[in-house]
Each structure stands twice: as C-alpha cells, then as structure tokens.
Design a protein around this ligand. Structure first.
Ligand code: SAM
Length: 209
C-alpha cells in the first residue's frame, strides 16, 4: 500500500534537519521536492524526483505512480509543511487524502527568525502573503492597529508599497531576516520606505513591531 510522508526539512541549512526527517527520507522508495529541498540530501537518481513549476501536476503524477506501484514516498517541504507549505497544496487539490499522509514537522523560517531576533512569537500575529495576496489587507489592518506582525511577503517591495499607499507611514520600522541559516544570512533593520531601494532575495521573513 502507498504510504505518503510529508517531511519538513527546515529553513535550508543541514543543521536544522531533524533525525526523523533523515530516517524517513532514507526509508522512502521515492523522494520528491524542490531543488532547494533535495540538495540537502544525498538521494540516488532513481529515487529522486525534482518538482518543476507545475507543483500540483508533478505531485499528482508521483502520487498516482506510488499508488499504482504500492511505493512509499517522502514529499519534502521546506520549513514546516503545516505553515504555508505543501500540506495545503496536497489537501486543497485533493492530491492525497488526509488519512493517507503522515506529517514530519520541520523547523519553520518563522521560528528561526524569532530566535535570531530573540522575540517570543506568541506575541505576534503571523501572516503569510506567499501565494495569498488577498492577505495584504489583513496585514494592513494589523499594522494600522499597531499590532506586532511577523509576515512572509509575496513580493516585498509591492507589499510595502501597498502599505504605504494605504496610510502607513514610510518611517515605520521593519526588520527583514534574509536567507536564514544560509551563508548569506542577513538581518536588516530599516524604515519601510528604505525597503524599496534594497536588493533582497525572495527568502525573507519580515517583522513589524
Ligand atoms: C512557500 S513558503 C514556505 C514556508 C515554510 N513552510 C516555513 O515554514 O518556513 C516560502 C517562504 O518562506 C520564507 N522562507 C523560507 N525559508 C526561508 C529562509 N531560509 N530564510 C528566510 N525566509 C525563508 C520566505 O518568505 C519564502 O518565500
């Protein structure tokens, strides 16, 4: 019978991978993930499947194959699969049933950001705009009401422009945690308006107090 493991692989550096993730991946017949997730592991070519931009189509293909052949599959999800990760994709598109999945949690980029900044994340509202631009309004309302927010941007410059065009002062402070756990990790503290001139990677977690 097919077995599906949805494995959180952490923010990107090997040091943040759990032993459970390593063991699960070792034991799986097929291992599927983004290039960034797969490069953390040494998976032989005949077990490895790299996701293209068509994540939903690819996951369907792999799951259909594993169902037919009765194989086990480890689906790698960066950070934690239950936060803005592949759990939602698998369930929303009915690629696999909830009862068929075992989730192995991973360390989220949010947790790493909180530890770098030494803040307690239960004091913050957590918002993801990643693939969910409709959450910009939610972010705006929180910032307007001076709530503390940790957010994953969709397109950071556009998100900041949206805030400023909708009444948030450009001199509000923001902290940007970029490339967490990678050699190019950087923590930038600046004003909202300054973000428009920064050259940033897409791997950022932002905090507004
Ligand atoms: C599809 S979401 C996945 C979130 C992931 N499930 C988690 O728990 O961190 C991808 C976004 O997470 C954030 N992210 C993931 N890894 C990161 C890292 N190493 N450094 C900074 N941000 C990261 C970025 O905002 C990125 O665009």
């Amino acid at each position: 019978m097919m077995k599906v493991y949805l494995v959180g692989v952490g923010p990107g550096h090997r040091e943040y991978i759990t032993l459970k993730a390593v063991d699960t991946i070792k034991g799986a017949d097929i291992v599927v993930g983004s290039r960034r997730a797969l490069e953390l592991f040494q998976v032989e070519g005949d077990r490895r499947y790299t996701l293209s931009k068509d994540v939903v189509g690819d996951l369907r293909k792999v799951i259909d194959y594993c169902r037919r052949e009765g194989k086990s599959v480890a689906i790698l999800s960066t950070g934690d699969p239950c936060f803005s990760g592949l759990l939602k994709t698998l369930l929303r598109y009915n690629i696999v049933g909830k009862e068929e999945i075992e989730v192995i949690p991973g360390i989220s980029s949010i947790q790493v950001a909180a530890s770098k900044l030494k803040i307690s994340w239960e004091d913050y509202h957590i918002v993801t705009l990643h693939g969910r631009e409709e959450n910009r309004k939610l972010l705006l309302d929180l910032v307007k009401n001076n709530k503390k927010v940790i957010f994953l941007p969709s397109n950071l410059k556009e998100d900041i422009l949206y805030l400023m065009e909708n009444g948030i002062e450009g001199d509000r402070e923001i902290v940007i945690c970029e490339n967490l756990s990678y050699p190019k990790e950087r923590i930038v503290r600046c004003k909202l308006r300054d973000v428009l001139h920064l050259d940033l990677s897409y791997l950022v977690v932002c905090v507004i107090d």
